[in-house]
Write a protein that binds this ligand. Structure first.
Ligand SMILES: NC(=O)C1=CN([C@@H]2O[C@H](COP(=O)(O)OP(=O)(O)OC[C@H]3O[C@@H](n4cnc5c(N)ncnc54)[C@H](O)[C@@H]3O)[C@@H](O)[C@H]2O)[C@H](O)CC1
Ligand SMILES: [K+]
Length: 567
């Protein structure tokens, strides 16, 4: 599933209209219909509708279809008292447009908040379809309707010609308490800055009304690119996103303001997005399979052996943070690699023997306090020769000479590097663009605080536009960047970005990041390309976290080791 910016959406709109010749008004009609269908579906889900959602068309031997709860054939059958359609009788049958039918329409009255632009136009089109379904609608113009132009003006005139009731905010009486729902068609991808004037007042009133709000395309007040929510911003139950998923709907706080996001096609071909060079995706199994060529089955070869699945070297842990090394190393094994060697300070070794019998341990250095030493770089380089990937950083701590230590690993290892935790903090202190180029990829796995240090920004600035920042950093530094957090972003030096939505808030617990480092390293060791291992690793880590969270009486009690057990 593509993720687009507002600008990319405008270009795709224009391409569709000008190159394919599909009129803008047709796209708007499609948008309006899609929005109306989702509002009707919401009303049903709220239990207001008696018609069950349209069942999949099931074609019986007699060649008739049952859609929804009613068909003419059933009607005939009931009339004839046969209690059901006689299979031999192939009565004439007509089904209705279930998606736009609501039995309880009479109980519904929706306010349609109409902005000046095409977002407002979408709302006006939706109002006509809702009215056709028997839902009472009142158009609430944020600006005098005569100021609408283009397709929005066409929709305005059509709504007026249909006699839809309309009020102008600030001029006419308006009571949100009288409605059963609100369609937010104030601002879409053409918005700029915080909502102003009547728009801001209508957004605030809608939010405080307590009514269910459906947003057209994006919640008004949301930055479509960054997920930043202006003050005020609509808090929607459902956002009907048109054509392509907007980046801002996946980035918090926007992701929270959007409610349930449903992407609806309106006639803009997905191929245009590919041709336009859109390379940001929602990370789904489909994207993993088709874009990243990942074998989701992770099947094992019948003649495989531990050597088949690669060998991970983990350089991690100190006396106070031995667990980080253990978590990473165990997670690497659980991700399916064949062997894991955990390189750790000599002093630490006796305490972790047997902690995970499946691990091989390699004591390095001779520091009396179990910290790392600059001289261990040579030992790690020697160990890395027989390993397929090196993970460095979990529980590493800081030590004298650590800058040169990391530089040696960067410049002299011949295997891919996964750099996490304190190793990222070491990296952040240097201009590593001057270091020798590497033939093998590097994956950085910062949380927002570590990213802030790497990029020389505040954490708030990192969170302001996670996708944009991750892409810029990955391309500038030639690394694969895994920017952790709610909806982790995986960005590549070539400019692709994948946004992951698996995971659970309970995963905000010490060591969860160490586990991810192990998972990514374990997948790399099994031969996945770096971007495959990063994306698939994040995806699997999130799924495991979900399963682990649901096993607890309360997700708050989830701890990192639980995630490993669910891999
Ligand atoms: N081809 C089509 O018809 C399609 C339309 N789509 C829908 O169109 C919107 C984008 O429409 P656009 O006209 O570009 O902008 P908006 O409707 O979002 O509104 C912009 C409008 O609002 C005023 N404005 C801008 N910022 C503010 C602010 N901060 N406060 C107050 N007012 C503001 C300004 O006057 C602008 O004119 C898109 O989201 C879809 O809903 C579909 O994309 C399908 C194709
Ligand atoms: K909107």
């Amino acid at each position: 599933m593509y993720l687009v910016t507002a600008q990319q959406m405008r270009e795709l709109d224009r391409e569709t209209i000008e190159r394919l010749g599909i009129p803008a008004i047709a796209l708007m009609e499609n948008a309006g219909r899609a929005i109306a269908e989702e509002i009707i579906a919401l009303c049903r889900r709220r239990g207001r509708g008696s018609a069950a959602p349209a069942s999949a068309g099931s074609y019986e031997a007699g060649g008739y279809s049952v859609v929804g709860e009613y068909s003419i054939a059933d009607g005939h059958a009931k009339a004839s008292g046969s209690g059901g359609v006689d299979a031999a009788w192939k009565g004439f049958m007509v089904s209705d447009d279930v998606a736009l039918t609501l039995d309880s329409a009479a109980a519904e009255h929706w306010l349609i908040l109409v902005g000046k632009g095409n977002n407002g136009g979408d709302g006006l089109a939706a109002a006509r379809y809702l009215s056709e379904a028997g839902v009472a609608v009142t158009l609430v113009y944020a600006v005098p309707p005569e100021s609408l132009t283009g397709e929005a003006a066409l929709q305005r005139d059509a709504a007026a010609a249909m006699g839809l009731s309309a009020v102008v905010y600030g001029r006419d009486r308006l009571d949100f308490a009288e409605c059963s729902g609100i369609l937010d068609a104030l601002l879409g991808t053409g918005a700029a800055g915080a909502p102003r004037g009547a728009y801001a007042e209508l957004i605030a009133a809608a939010n405080s009304s307590g009514k269910a709000i459906v947003s057209a395309d994006i919640p008004s007040g949301l930055n479509a690119d960054t997920g930043e929510t202006h003050e005020p911003c609509i808090h929607a139950s459902v956002t009907v996103c048109l054509a392509f998923l907007k980046r801002g709907l996946l980035q918090y706080p926007g992701a929270a303001a959007a409610g349930h996001v449903v992407v609806r096609s309106i006639g803009i071909p997905a191929s245009l997005a590919r041709e336009a060079g859109v390379t940001t995706y929602l990370l789904t199994p489909e994207v993993l399979r088709t874009r990243l060529d990942v074998d989701l089955s992770r099947c094992r070869s019948p003649e495989g052996h531990k050597g088949t699945y690669g060998h991970v070297l983990v350089a991690a842990g100190t006396m106070p943070m031995s667990g980080a090394g253990l978590l990473s190393a165990r997670a690497a094994l659980r991700s399916g690699c064949g062997l894991v060697t955990w390189a750790l300070p000599q002093k630490l070794l006796p305490f972790v023997i047997g902690a995970a019998p499946e691990l091989m341990l390699a004591a390095v250095g001779s520091s009396p306090d179990g910290s790392w030493e600059a001289g261990t770089a040579a030992e790690l380089l020697k160990l890395s020769v027989e390993r397929d990937v090196m993970a460095v950083g979990p529980g590493l701590g800081r030590f004298t000479g650590d800058n040169d230590w990391l530089r040696r690993l960067w410049e002299e290892t011949a295997c891919p590097l996964v750099i996490d935790a304190d190793a990222l903090n070491i990296l952040a202190e240097q201009d590593y663009s001057s270091w020798n180029n590497r033939r093998q990829p590097v994956i950085l796995t910062p949380h927002p605080g570590e990213m802030a240090r790497l990029a020389g920004l505040s954490t708030a600035e990192v969170q302001h536009d996670r996708i944009g920042l991750a892409l810029a950093y990955a391309q500038e530094h030639g690394v694969i960047l895994v920017l952790k957090g709610a909806h982790t972003v995986i960005a590549t030096p070539e400019g692709q970005a994948y946004v992951n939505t698996t995971g659970h808030p309970g995963m905000g617990t010490g060591g969860a990041g160490d586990v991810l480092t192990g998972v990514i390293s374990g997948l790399l060791a099994q031969g996945l390309k770096a971007v495959q291992a990063a994306a698939f690793g994040v995806y699997l880590h999130g799924l495991a976290g979900e399963r682990a969270a649901y096993r607890r009486h309360n997700p708050a009690s989830l701890i990192a080791g639980d995630i490993i057990e669910e891999l």
